[in-house]
Design a binder for this molecule. Sequence first.
Ligand code: 5AD
Ligand code: SF4
Length: 458
Amino acid sequence: MQEFTHSIRPIIDPAKKKVYIETYGCQMNVNDSEVILSILQKVGYCLTENIDEADLILANTCSIRDNAEQRIWGRIEQFRLQKKRRSGVIIGIVGCMAERLKDKLLDGHQVDLVAGPDSYRSLPGLLEAITPQKPQIDVLLSHEETYADISPVRMDKNGISAFISIMRGCNNVCSYCVVPYTRGAERSRDPHTIVAEARELYEHGYKEVTLLGQNVDSYYWKDPDLAGNDVNFALLLEMVAQISPSLRVRFSTSHPKDISDEVIYTMARYENICKHIHLPVQSGSDVMLEKMRRKYTREWYLERVKKIRSVIPDCGLTTDVIAGFCGETIQDHHDTLSLMEEVVFDSAFMFAYSERPGTLASRKYADDIPYEEKTSRLNEIIALQGRMSLKSNERDLGKVFEVLVEGPSKKNPEELCGRASSNKMCVFPSRGEKPGDYTKVRVNSVTSATLICENLGK
Ligand code: 5AD
Ligand code: SF4
């Protein structure tokens, strides 16, 4: 079993070399940046939030849509200005865009360092080898790397909620998605190291962990020494939930084709497993789902929702939707809208389809929905979701929830904010609670984004 003995928060030491890290994209990247910081601290770097004093500037990047990459190209231009002003500054691009573009990022010496998501252990060696004439690159993908033995250095501000990666990569080949190419094949992490990491966080005052994977339902660990003691996602959830009833457990992302009854029943059994499932639907049309290679139908998806709600009536449900996928007809689009109306998701991440080079869709299907049409369908989806979020929140009027206090509300610093188990954001007056405390609240009024509550105390 892995021992986790080290500092859990960034070390600040003015005498040390300084690394500045910008993180783009998903929660997995946020956690990867914490792994990177852990590796760099061991070789004498400390974190800075001030780019002007950084010896090393890293961007941990995202390739999921073209606009994510365009933003990062803009940032690289800014980083190069730093280099002009202060010689010796190193610029590194790591993560998905590094993996996708590889040595193209080195053309014209834009950057000094390129490292893919499975190459973070080699960062110290790469940094040593860099000279102005010799940029360094490592974009090898691995079938084994899970960084299981590396304890991430937490960069979050409040010390209450942390991400834990339980697996890496993805074996699904959704036709629109670049992730299997940038993050490689799926592999699960040793459950003992996951539980040890969660326990250490709890012992350092953290109250909530989110278990991360591209498809958590396919988590599977075969114990080489203990045949028959294999660990699936439901069992892993249970192992983490048993650390303490006051440690909340969340997870993301679930795949509609894989989420099992066992997972749903495990959630129901443990009060501290938060009642929220992020279940990306992508489209409400069977024709689109087939072309997207999602491997489920609209009917299957609706059945999973029904099952979840029959076992966990108040379960929070959120989703991802793509507008204007290849060949999407108005009927397909209306199928998405009608599914959203039927399910009434609490919230959704909604995107216009962006063709990604190398994906199955880019090779097989024309990206044939004009930009204006995609945007107009997306806007319709966003407007509908606004109404659905309000409807979902109105159903909570008068209900009492336990919330984990995060801190002052952003809009009104006189009030506190925190999330209910369902992941809905609650705002309520303070009774002297501190971040990390639990309190009960009653919902008095709602907006589409927030539950406005009275604070009932413990
Ligand atoms: N275009 C638009 N959205 C995409 N997503 C993934 N790939 C694309 C793409 N090529 C969305 C999906 C996924 C979320 C993380 O990003 O909805 O669930
Ligand atoms: Fe991409 Fe599909 Fe894997 Fe999610 S499950 S990362 S959408 S390929």
